[in-house]
Design a protein around this ligand. Structure first.
Ligand code: UTP
Length: 296
């Protein structure tokens, strides 16, 4: 089977948890200090060998398009001010040899529907899906691990992390089969947001996937599920019941930047790891923790 060279980035959700910040821009453009979370996801995909980026945009189409498009006016202004490094920074957001396609999801009818909107751009090819609000940090990132596993054995693949018993009700939880010698776990089903006592495991699927084009055929048959939306999880569950899905452990640290606290945690950890701010930021935290009003 062909190698994976395409990745789909659904960015058409309403982002209600971040209103009003997301009134005029998608939550995927929220920055971790100075870089939007979608750019981290794009870099993860490119690092995994992806060369065609398909963005599924909604009402905030322009902002994402503008971020990944060339901005010649800004580039020449930066050059005129002698800021060549910054010019290079904005010019190289999408490196040479990588192309962007923008497709439209006319209404936010669900993640499954958003992925289906990418079908004409993906064609009859396997592809990765990255939800940028799952922010990943680490030496090996999940898309590279998924693409490598697909190279070994082409099939639908999920990246999974173990979560605590309290957290299972927030995720799609795996009904796992056996774990093979290659580390892959066969998936028998995916249970969306189960109650703690009903959870078939503590292995949670999150926003990194690889699919064969077969997923489009399944998505086309789906009726609206939870929340009246076409759910990607329902398509995965169907494929899993037919024995067509495997999972691989996420090799990296994951932050749920779809939630405010997860986003805050990502920014704090990022600052603590950043060579430019680490020391000053630690001093600031120490100062705040010992200052007045911090008796707890
Ligand atoms: P979420 O459910 O986390 O995003 O969707 P949301 O609905 O935008 O956020 P809240 O809950 O209202 O705060 C997961 C991913 O799927 C995309 C979102 O942009 C996000 O990347 N999505 C969701 C779509 O592209 N289209 C949809 O119809 C729904």
């Amino acid at each position: 089977m062909t190698r994976i060279t395409k990745a789909v980035f659904p960015v058409a959700g309403l982002g209600t948890r971040f209103l009003p910040a997301t009134k005029a821009m998608p939550k995927e453009l929220l920055p971790i200090i100075d870089k939007p979370i979608i750019q981290f996801a794009v870099e993860e995909a490119i690092g995994a060998g992806i060369t065609e980026l398909v963005f599924v945009t909604g009402r905030n189409k322009r902002a994402v398009g503008d971020h990944f498009d060339a901005n010649l006016e800004l580039e020449s202004q930066l050059l005129a001010k002698g800021k060549k490094e910054l010019r290079d920074l904005v010019r190289n957001i999408v490196p040479e040899g990588v192309s962007c396609i923008f497709v439209r999801q006319p209404e936010p009818l669900g993640l499954g529907h958003a992925v289906l909107c990418a079908a004409p751009a993906v064609g009859n090819n396997p592809f990765a899906v990255l939800l940028a609000d799952d922010f990943m940090q680490g030496e090996t990132l999940p898309t590279a691990a998924l693409v490598a596993a697909f190279d070994q054995k082409p099939q639908n693949l999920l990246s999974v992390s173990e979560v605590s018993a309290e957290e299972v009700s927030k995720y799609g939880i795996l009904r796992p089969g056996e774990r093979g010698a290659d580390g892959l776990i066969s998936v028998k089903g995916l249970v969306e947001k189960p109650a703690r006592e009903d959870a078939p495991s503590r292995l949670a699927s999150f926003g990194r996937y690889v699919f064969t084009p077969e997923v489009f055929a399944v998505l086309r048959t789906l009726k609206p599920g939870a929340g009246g939306e076409i759910q990607l999880a329902d398509a995965i569950d169907q494929l899993a019941e037919a024995g067509k899905v495997a999972a691989i452990s996420n090799p990296s640290q994951r932050y749920d930047c779809g939630s405010k606290f997860g986003y805050l945690t990502a920014i704090v950890d990022h600052a603590l790891a950043h060579p430019d701010y680490r020391t000053r930021f630690l001093d600031l935290l120490r100062d705040r923790l010992t200052g007045p009003g911090c008796s707890q």
